[in-house]
Write a protein that binds this ligand. Structure first.
Ligand code: NAP
Length: 325
């Protein structure tokens, strides 16, 4: 089977395709024949050994797959050969076959295609935990979503909307703003025209600011967000796509009586597998009701993983990018 690997600290162009023997699942694990895997921003970091997790070389990047179970190890009872499954991994998804732990695999709806299913687990999983389990958004609250046309951002727009919130999106172009509105945002702020979004957020919230801020961007966006957060608000630290990890002035938390809340979904899914299962049940129910519309902005063949990563870094492809085997 073919695998995309980083043999050393790599740029996307350095990734190689190699052949590996068919892997066999051990106890509590299953083998999935991968139909599709999806990109995440962190893939671009992990190949350069710039991510929290630094695997030994050579390794395959990739956190999520959708495919068909082709073997089960001893003790696996929830899956059988032939079942369709999505799964998440610490890394290693850019392969034609993967071994995953059974509690990190999940069934997905019959009507969902593999590309959509591959794009689903990390982004929707992260946004669900951030918005529902960590910041407990309530119907009628205002949620400000940054990077709102990106992989996790667009899912946050949809989940906040499905949970009854009012959503203000920010994105870097008119086209991206239009996409966020099509996915349910009530307002979109085009940062190419209004880089100082603080006043716009204030005026859209009657001067109060946003109740919850979902921030996968960091840097200046985070700094400015703390200046348009409501009394008692919550800012979710999701990621740092802008490249700078912001520092939080404690006086701003004090005067707004607000909270900064970290979200590390990769760890959450291992620590709380029961809640993860419940989250996917809810998310797939919303998908079946038409409340979630995963946006796959581009598909590439597995062998073009480097090119796909470059496309992600260009910020030109909205939603998720998928690799098909
Ligand atoms: N905490 C967690 O558990 C968790 C889980 C998943 C992802 N994340 C993090 O969330 C962030 C987004 O991940 P993703 O997979 O959604 O990535 P993505 O699809 O590339 O989206 C990132 C968005 O950030 C915005 N952005 C602003 N400045 C940027 C810059 N300098 N470079 C790149 N993008 C920039 C872009 O929107 P505009 O072009 O509209 O500005 C882009 O759409 C990453 O930091 C990732 O590590 C965290």
């Amino acid at each position: 089977m073919r695998a995309v690997v980083a043999e050393k600290a790599s740029e996307p162009e350095d990734l190689k395709i190699i052949d590996l023997p068919t892997p066999e699942p051990g106890p509590g694990a299953l083998r999935i024949d991968v139909k599709a895997t999806a990109l995440n921003f962190a893939d671009t970091l992990i190949i350069g050994h710039k991510y929290q997790v630094k695997p030994d070389f050579p390794f395959s990047p990739g956190f999520e797959v959708a495919g068909v179970v082709s073997a089960v190890g001893p003790g696996v009872t929830d899956f059988k050969v032939g079942d369709r499954a999505i799964a998440t991994m610490d890394y290693g998804a850019y392969r034609e076959q993967v071994i995953v732990e059974d509690y990190l695999a999940h069934p997905f709806p019959e009507a969902m295609d593999y590309a959509t299913a591959a794009a689903f687990p990390v982004a929707y999983g992260t946004s669900y935990v951030g918005l529902l389990r960590r910041s407990h958004i309530a119907p009628g609250e205002t949620v400000l979503v940054h990077g709102a046309a990106g992989g996790v951002g667009l899912t946050a727009v949809e989940i906040a909307k499905a949970a009854g919130a009012k959503v203000i999106a920010t994105a870097s172009s008119a086209d991206k703003c239009a996409l966020t509105l099509a996915h349910g945002a009530d307002h979109a702020i085009d940062l190419s025209k209004t880089p100082e979004f603080r006043d716009a957020v204030k005026s859209l919230t009657g001067g109060n600011g946003a109740d919850v801020i979902y921030d996968p961007v960091g840097g200046d966006v985070f700094d400015q967000s703390l200046r348009c957060i409501n009394w008692g608000g919550r800012i979710l630290v999701i990621g740092f796509a802008a490249g700078r990890i912001p520092q939080i002035p404690a006086n701003l938390l004090l005067v707004k009586s607000c909270s900064a809340i970290g979200v590390f979904w990769s760890s959450h899914r291992r620590r709380e597998p029961e809640s993860l299962r419940a989250d996917y049940r809810q998310l797939f129910a919303w998908w079946s009701e038409g409340k979630l519309k995963p946006h796959v902005g581009a598909c590439y063949p597995l062998a073009a993983a480097g090119e796909a990563m470059r496309a992600l870094l260009s910020r030109k492809v909205p939603g998720k990018i998928v690799l098909e085997t």
